[in-house]
Design a protein around this ligand. Structure first.
Ligand SMILES: NC(=O)c1ccc[n+]([C@@H]2O[C@H](COP(=O)([O-])OP(=O)(O)OC[C@H]3O[C@@H](n4cnc5c(N)ncnc54)[C@H](OP(=O)(O)O)[C@@H]3O)[C@@H](O)[C@H]2O)c1
Length: 337
């Protein structure tokens, strides 16, 4: 059995990790930690769950686990990661602390100095389908953001194959409100969100933009600046991204679909839909699947990719568990089907 600890269990992503690990056949949850919930039972925080005592960070028995999941805000994760690594514990961090390789980029986008620049070199970007060999042996996983997971799974095959032509790629991505975390704010207030649809951080200002471009450029340095426009959907969970991609000469809708089908043929969690269909939220919510579809617009020399994931599962906790399965050499689908 893999012995696991969870930090941030009182949050949406941390509780989702708990929910998945609780039914994982090869994992024993040794502790789940939250500073505000310390001493309470998890049943008090989430009434639907069975009883499980929540500990404060200082009480978490790091010497009794093989791996920890950090579902904490950026800036907080890094110090817990350092502590765990020093005890020989492998770390899967769901925050943004180890996603950007360049600490000056982190300072620019997250408005603070990087809390652990010395750990950046060994952090492995945990987009499972695209980084498996490095994930196998990693001590520290930077679990990707939710929007980057959806966007990159759709775009990386095209970037790698040289299918992207000149002109901007436009990512119009809509997310359910759990993407903003459990702590309420005016923007996520029911009255603001219900029966509404709000673009935010549109253009080139959202923090997930450099993460997406860093990975895209690792596969194809000639891809131009991305336009990335997130929007808040009045639903609890799910991401639906509509991505407009200019095609390189001689590429067609059929070739792009074939490329996606071939790339993900053996992947248990990426599904490519047939011609004439589009991905919708319902295809993925509640699952670890990423669902992709291609629509051609030959008159404009482009394809539109639609991609759907559950932000809390494939976009966070599910992908984190998938990465743990790869790290520990157990079946990748364990606990996730
Ligand atoms: N929500 C998503 O769809 C999603 C997707 C991908 C990645 N992520 C990332 O996952 C992480 C958690 O996100 P979330 O959506 O689960 O947020 P959340 O619901 O707001 O939960 C945040 C968690 O962090 C803890 N926390 C907050 N401030 C802390 C501090 N100063 N010291 C120690 N613990 C602190 C909270 O515990 P207390 O109860 O003790 O305050 C809570 O358990 C974030 O880095 C987020 O970017 C989220």
């Amino acid at each position: 059995m893999i012995r696991a600890g969870i930090y941030g269990v009182s949050g949406y992503a941390g509780f989702e990790v708990f929910r998945l690990l609780r039914r994982h056949p090869m994992v024993r949850i040794v502790f789940s930690a939250s500073e505000s919930g310390a001493g309470s039972s998890l049943a008090q925080l989430f009434p639907v769950t069975e009883d499980f005592r929540v500990v404060g960070f200082a009480e978490a028995p790091l010497d009794q686990v093989d791996v920890v999941f950090l579902a904490l805000p950026h800036g907080v994760s890094a110090s817990v990661a350092r502590q765990a690594l020093a005890m020989g514990v492998r770390v899967i961090d769901l925050s943004a602390d180890f996603r950007l390789k360049d600490p000056s980029s982190y300072a620019r986008w997250y408005k603070e100095e990087h809390p652990a620049p010395d750990l950046l070199a060994e952090a492995v970007y945990g987009l499972t389908e695209w980084n498996r060999p490095a994930i196998c042996s990693a001590r520290l996983i930077a679990n990707p953001g939710c929007y980057p997971t959806a966007t990159l799974l759709a775009l990386l095959p095209l970037a790698q194959a040289g299918a992207v032509g000149p002109g901007p790629i436009i990512v119009d991505a809509k997310s359910g409100v759990s993407g903003a975390g459990r702590k309420p704010s005016l923007n996520t207030h029911f009255v603001e969100v219900d029966e509404n649809l709000s673009p935010y951080s549109i253009g080139r200002v959202h923090r997930h933009l450099p993460e997406i471009e860093q990975m895209l450029h690792a596969f194809n340095g000639s891809i131009g600046p991305l336009v990335f426009s997130p929007q808040l959907l009045p639903v609890a969970r799910g991401i639906l991204a509509t991505i407009y991609v200019p095609l390189a000469p001689n590429w067609t809708e059929g070739m792009v679909r074939e490329l996606l089908v071939e790339t993900y043929r053996l992947e248990p969690f990426v599904k490519v839909l047939p011609s004439g269909t589009v991905a919708t939220l319902r295809h993925s919510v509640g699952t670890n699947f990423c669902v992709l579809a291609v629509t051609g617009v030959p008159e404009a020399g482009m394809v539109i990719l639609t991609v759907s994931i559950d932000n809390l599962i494939k976009g966070a906790a599910g992908q984190a568990v998938q990465n743990m399965n790869v790290m520990f050499g157990i079946p990748e689908t364990a606990g996730l089907m």
